[in-house]
Design a protein around this ligand. Structure first.
Ligand SMILES: Cc1cc2nc3c(=O)[nH]c(=O)nc-3n(C[C@H](O)[C@H](O)[C@H](O)COP(=O)(O)OP(=O)(O)OC[C@H]3O[C@@H](n4cnc5c(N)ncnc54)[C@H](O)[C@@H]3O)c2cc1C
Length: 432
């Protein structure tokens, strides 16, 4: 059997690997370098477009658990992330260049994979996985829309990256929140006055304005700093600039607010401002970031940006939340399905490939239980009711426990239940 995987991003690379490892001949199409989305900056396969963090690696959290489930399923991208990680406390952050290189090497050297650098403009009629992501090129998206109806969208913003050598380290301290793991973050403390000035300047700064016909719909867990600032003076201080769990060794106290910097690459030559996604104009970013004392002389290597993310109404328009109706085994994968986040997109690459492969082999694959991380996402894309909007993995995707419990115990039990039901499911589906 031969399958075309369109888009060698996160979902497409994972799907291609799974199929190739299962003896399927894969043609993996990637539009770069001849066409590049506004957010993709390199020609690399599996490019991380914004943060280099894949979020929590703690298996007591839904995001960490999803990673563990993917590892159990032999995920190539989790292997790449584990091999190329950089210090980030309890999060899994990677050197984005090494991460992409690791994946590209593996895919290039697989005897069942042919990588074709070409923009695909039409949805194939059979045996394909469309993993072209939230910034799919126009012709292909038009072709997809003609098959699946309305396009849905939301806005996402990118955080700036600064050059390590330009940070004033005398105004920072190194520590992870609650001193968990290595001293992974560089913390830039702000006192009350500095914080309030920063917020007011963020509010007043010139922003990139969406075009008239585009109503900005933000993804709540990735809001730009200016949207948060406008919601109230303290919103940033209780959000990405929260100081809890951090003590400035110079004062012995918790600062009023903290901008955290996370290492971008293994060399430690660049740092990204954690949670500081922004749509301020470039010149305004240059000016406003300098109000953070440690960044007074910061050189911005990559400015923050906003982008429109497209996705489709998977539960309403696709069979099993993934398959295009009236075509033969043509699937949609990754963020296009209405999941949000790197690892969620990877998961929805692996799962569509597993689904396609099972059906092609006449195997009736039982869906992963909704009590698992993978199952939670699968049930979201296949059975969501009401207005459909993207989600990342979280406790709220799982069916509640029967007994009422305090939060800590409840979350622990939900995780325990997820682990055992996932292992049962893997045993049921056997050697796949
Ligand atoms: C601006 C922005 C910032 C984001 N920031 C984060 C973040 O910080 N953390 C996070 O967890 N998630 C973030 N996301 C959300 C999401 O996790 C990523 O978009 C993720 O990369 C989606 O994975 P994917 O595989 O679905 O798509 P992608 O990784 O985007 O892969 C799609 C691939 O398809 C290619 N392609 C597109 N059209 C064609 C075509 N016609 N023919 C062939 N190839 C094509 C593209 O070049 C690309 O390589 C962000 C999204 C955006 C847009």
């Amino acid at each position: 059997m031969e399958v075309s995987v369109i888009g060698a991003g996160l979902a497409g690379s994972e799907a291609a690997w799974f199929l190739a490892e299962h003896g399927v001949s894969v043609k993996l199409y990637e539009a770069k370098p001849s066409w590049k989305s506004p957010a993709h900056k390199t020609d690399n396969i599996a490019e991380l477009v914004c943060s280099n963090s894949l979020k929590s690696n703690d298996t007591a959290r839904p995001s960490g658990l999803l990673k563990e489930e993917l590892r159990k399923m032999g995920s190539l991208l989790m292997e790449a992330a584990d091999k190329t990680k950089v210090p980030a406390g309890s999060a899994l952050a990677v050197d984005r260049v090494l991460f992409s290189q690791y994946i590209e090497e593996k895919l290039k050297n697989h005897k069942n994979i042919t990588i074709i650098r070409e923009e695909v403009k039409e949805i194939p009629k059979s045996n394909a996985i469309i993993a072209t992501g939230p910034l799919t090129s126009k012709d292909l998206f038009d072709s997809l829309s003609s098959l699946v109806g309305e396009e849905l969208y939301f806005y996402d913003a990118i955080a700036p990256v600064v050059e390590a050598a330009s940070i004033d380290y005398s105004k920072t301290f190194k520590s992870s929140r609650w001193e968990k793991g290595e001293e992974a973050y560089i913390n830039c403390p702000l006192n009350k006055e500095q914080y309030e000035t920063l917020v007011m300047e963020i509010i007043g700064a010139k922003k990139v304005v969406p075009r008239e016909f585009e109503e900005p719909i933000w993804f709540e867990s990735c809001l730009p700093v200016e949207v948060m600032s406008q919601r109230g003076l303290d919103v940033l201080r209780f959000g990405p600039l929260r100081p809890v769990g951090l003590k400035d060794p110079e004062t012995g106290k918790t600062p009023w607010a903290v901008v955290q910097l996370r290492m971008e690459n293994k060399f430690g030559s660049a740092y990204n401002l954690v949670g500081f996604q922004t749509r301020m104009k470039y010149k305004e970013q240059d000016r406003v970031l300098k109000l953070i004392p440690a960044l007074e002389k910061a050189v911005i290597l990559k400015h923050g940006e906003i982008h429109r993310n497209s996705y489709i109404n998977a539960p309403a328009q696709l069979e099993d939340g993934m398959r295009i109706k009236n075509l033969h085994e043509v699937y949609v994968a990754g963020l296009l399905l209405g999941v949000e986040g790197y690892v969620e997109s990877i998961a929805m690459g692996l799962f569509t490939a597993l689904h396609l492969w099972s059906r092609s082999n006449g195997v009736d694959l039982p869906p992963p239980p909704p009590t698992t991380a993978l199952g939670g996402l699968y049930h979201h894309i296949s059975t969501s009711l009401g207005k459909y909007s993207p989600t990342n993995i979280n406790f709220g995707l799982w069916p509640p426990l029967k007994e009422k419990q305090k939060k800590r115990v409840r979350h622990l039990k939900l995780i325990e239940r997820a682990v055992s039901s996932f292992d049962d499911w893997l045993n049921t589906i056997g050697e796949f």
